[in-house]
Write a protein that binds this ligand. Structure first.
Ligand code: NDP
Ligand code: GDP
Length: 328
């Protein structure tokens, strides 16, 4: 019999790629859909991957424990992936309470629902490299101490430790993936990578003349969401639950990302990029570089898409998308 998976955050970047992977593995995939007045756009990522009609979506909200309990009682999933969050760091200073409620307490709602409704289900928590924040070691692994630098990171750290606590307290098969930044053509437009590739495409097509950014010196270890969601699934296939860093081990600055993206269309970033202090943050995470040796050793996980390949894929996708929407 095929396995059943339940994904919170299925309409987001990772939810869509994870659903695609699970469908390919023969799973029945169910997801949580929060109600929106703009319902027509909510499944756009699932449609982009051509899988919208292969998943079953259920009304609910991560902040509504009763909806989660009812759903999990009915579905009795084998695996639960908690990906839903207020996931944008910059917004977390504007909405610290909402971020704490959804990104932090929301994870505990998911854990409680599993504990009450389907305690044998395997649970994945989407932890984040942002938890390292003001880095305590130059290269970060599972043993590196955390130092969160935003309301988002503090909420993720609470969710991370609560997942570990539920594993240790109740014997739940609960694992945390400490994923470093991962991007794709399905990345939200507010994140710097997608903002850059969309900007590059607009400039190339004559729809925009400049690209306004904040801190160009911040460095991130960027991978592809397709590779990283495969790691989530691998974690839940292990006999013993555990926590894993998922990263490429390579770090690059926002400036270097820009250079590569502009080079994809034969342009020089220096002629188009302007900086604006409005894009700066109250506290910055300057440098992230992950060590995924444990995931490689125990899960057999490695990434397949290089930074250059990912940037080219994102720029191509944005060019194609704009040509269609702008009827060029
Ligand atoms: P996205 O922002 O693309 O997706 C977030 C998802 O959460 C969306 O489906 C959104 O629904 C849903 N959501 C938000 N609030 C609620 C709520 N109250 N109830 C139910 N659903 C809700 O994030 P990603 O796919 O990029 O990331 C997935 C997870 O991984 C997140 O938890 C993120 O914080 C974490 N993470 C991401 C990293 C990255 O680089 N991408 C790195 C490390 C961790 P809707 O479509 O309605 O907005
Ligand atoms: P984060 O690592 O989860 O915060 O992902 P983001 O893509 O939002 O930001 C990555 C880095 O890019 C951060 O250090 C930001 O300060 C930096 N950055 C520079 N300019 C911008 C911008 O215009 N938008 C965003 N989102 N980030 C920017």
């Amino acid at each position: 019999m095929s396995k059943t998976a339940f994904i919170t955050g299925i309409t987001g970047q990772d939810g869509a790629y994870l659903a695609q992977h699970l469908i390919a593995q023969g799973y029945a995939v169910h997801g949580l859909l929060r109600r929106s007045a703009s319902a027509d756009g909510m499944t756009s990522r699932l449609k982009w991957l051509g899988i919208a009609d292969q998943v079953t979506l259920h009304d609910g909200n991560l902040t509504d424990l009763s909806s989660l309990i009812r759903l999990l009682t009915d579905l009795q999933p084998d695996e639960v992936y908690n990906l839903a969050a207020q996931s944008f760091v910059k917004s977390s200073w504007q909405q610290p309470l909402l971020t704490g409620t959804v990104t932090g307490l929301g994870a505990v709602n998911a854990l409680e629902a599993v504990r009450i409704a389907c305690p044998k289900a395997r649970f994945y928590q989407a932890s984040s490299s942002e938890m390292y924040g003001l880095i305590q070691q130059r290269i970060q692994s599972e043993t590196t101490p955390f130092y969160p630098r935003s309301p988002y990171a503090a909420a993720k750290l609470y969710a991370h430790w609560m997942t570990i606590n539920y594993r240790e307290s109740f014997g739940m098969h609960a694992s945390c993936g400490i994923l470093f930044n991962h991007e794709s053509p399905l990345r939200g437009i507010e994140f710097v990578t997608r903002k850059i590739t969309d900007g590059v495409a607009r400039i190339k097509l004559g729809l925009q003349t400049t690209l306004s950014l904040g801190n160009l010196d911040a460095k991130r270890d960027w991978g592809h969401a397709r590779d990283y969601t495969r790691a989530m699934w691998l974690m839940l296939q292990q006999d013993v639950p555990d926590d894993y860093v998922i990263a490429t081990g390579r770090t690059a600055s926002v400036r270097e990302f820009c250079e590569m993206a502009f080079a994809c269309v034969g342009l020089d970033m220096n002629q188009y990029v302007v900086t604006d202090p409005r894009h700066l943050r109250p506290a910055e995470v300057d440098y992230l570089q992950g060590d995924a040796a444990k995931a490689k050793r125990k899960l057999g996980w490695t990434f397949e898409t290089s930074l250059e390949q990912m940037i080219a894929e994102m720029v191509e996708a944005d060019l194609a998308r704009l040509k269609m929407t702008e009827r060029l």
